[in-house]
Design a protein around this ligand. Structure first.
Ligand code: LLP
Length: 418
């Protein structure tokens, strides 16, 4: 197997994999496994890289908190100057609690409820990315009922193919997201029907794990005439929100869409629009800041296949079974011998695997493995299926580390039952 390293914050030190300057052996000892481990240094470095690449546009960088809602991460990014993109009342509350002011929060999602709209209106968020005429009606009614003004950015579905996994493609008309260009144009012409609503922006988010700038450029080219038309009509129009979606490296040999490359491709178009840029990166900032640390329970053979059974499962990290996603797996202690095997969890489901037929270190029970690139869509998509307790989360900074969410206990599992 390739021992390749994906990010410099995760390297072998004296034969043992470390996060910044903390050995994963030490973390497993202290906090147990399975364990999510995050590098604060990586998070800050990636945010800074992105901010530098787009600096000339003075963008609002809204961290998409759905990728990782741990308060330690959100507040670290808030300290660096990040705003937030949220998709529920729960995420809105978490972003506020982590120190992001409401006026720097945008709220997306095709199914916002009246209660969520009320909460966001009372807090005074920057804008709702309205995804249907029905939602606009509701936002307008709730704003009037509360005696408040609502700011919206219709989400345009530009009908482009982001060339990514079909489950994370959101910018084609066959997907449920946004409204086609014509519909948004009509809506823009009818804004006087909504006196409590200001149309302040246009939004798009075409998909996730996108590895080329081309679909962004294509989508923006479809948005620009609409932006120009609406700008002529509505003095309130101020923001062009291009969403998130930038892909990262899941294997040491993968390409990634660097922030600099995306900036070079889209900034001329943004300039042409005359609007202020908003971006909603999630995975790009947090994806490679985290790993899932797991311990080998058993190694067994079935026919010709070797199964490495670990104590983490699809309940802790569901990306491999859900999207067929590749996650690089590294042994915490370097092992010379290589086998071909499957890394599987304890859950009673056949797709409960982290790797299938892969070159792996010949680990033994008790050894530790690191499932890499688990900082985005990892813990947040975990579940209690099979009545498994969710893992703890730890944040490393230099040579120090701290628990940022404790491990769930069996008592936690039954706490809400009546
Ligand atoms: N903005 C909006 C409106 C979104 O829906 C999303 C992600 C983002 C921003 C952030 O996208 P990112 O920069 O992280 O690609 N669970 C899947 C990914 C789902 C993406 C959902 N929306 C996965 O594990 O690959």
């Amino acid at each position: 197997m390739s021992r390749g390293i994906i990010a410099p914050e995760f390297e072998y030190q004296d034969g043992t994999l470390a996060v910044e300057r903390v050995s994963l052996l030490e973390l497993a000892e202290e906090y147990g496994t399975p364990l999510y481990v995050y590098s604060r240094g990586h998070l800050v470095r990636r945010y800074t890289e992105l901010a530098d690449a787009f600096r000339e546009a003075d963008p609002l960088i809204c961290f998409s908190v759905k990728v990782n809602t741990n308060r330690a991460l959100i507040s670290t990014l808030a300290e660096q100057g990040a705003a937030a993109d949220v998709v529920s009342g729960g995420e809105l509350t978490r972003a506020l609690q982590a120190g992001i002011p409401a006026r720097r929060i945008v709220f997306a999602g095709v199914g916002k409820t009246a209660a969520e709209i009320d909460l966001a209106l009372k807090e005074g968020i920057l804008f709702f990315t309205v995804e249907s005429e029905g939602e606009l009606e509701l936002v307008s009614r709730r704003a009037r009922a509360l005696g408040l003004r609502a700011r919206i950015a219709p989400r345009v579905n530009p009908d482009v193919d982001p060339q990514t996994h079909r489950f994370i493609s959101t910018g084609k008309l066959e997907n449920k997201f946004g409204m086609d260009v014509e519909r948004v144009r009509r809506l823009g012409a009818q804004m006087e029907q909504y006196p409590a609503v200001d149309l302040v922006g246009l939004h798009m988010h075409i998909g996730s794990q996108i590895t080329t700038p081309d679909p962004y450029v294509l989508a923006l080219q479809r948005m620009l005439p609409l932006a120009a038309e609406l700008r002529g009509r509505l003095s309130s129009l101020e923001y062009l929100d291009v969403g998130g979606g930038m892909g990262i490296r899941y294997s040491p040999t993968d390409d990634e869409l660097s922030a600099a490359r995306l900036a070079r491709a889209i900034l001329p178009l943004v300039r042409e629009s005359g609007l202020r840029l908003v971006i909603e990166p999630g995975r790009y900032i947090a994806g490679n800041c985290g790993l899932l640390l797991t311990r080998v329970l058993y190694v067994k053979e079935n026919g010709a296949r070797t199964f490495v059974i670990v104590d983490a499962g699809m309940t802790d990290l569901i990306r491999p079974p859900l999207y067929g996603a590749y996650h690089h797996i590294l042994p915490v202690r370097e092992v010379g011998e290589i086998i071909i095997g499957d890394v599987v969890g304890p859950v009673c489901e056949t797709p409960d695997f982290f790797a299938a037929q892969r070159s792996l270190p010949a680990v033994r029970p008790g050894d530790l493995l690191a499932v890499m690139s688990a900082g985005a869509y990892g813990f947040v998509m975990s579940s209690n299926y099979n009545s498994r307790c969710r893992p703890a989360e730890v944040m490393v900074q230099g040579s120090s580390h701290r628990l940022v969410r404790r491990r769930e206990s069996i008592a936690d599992l039954t706490r809400l039952e009546l």
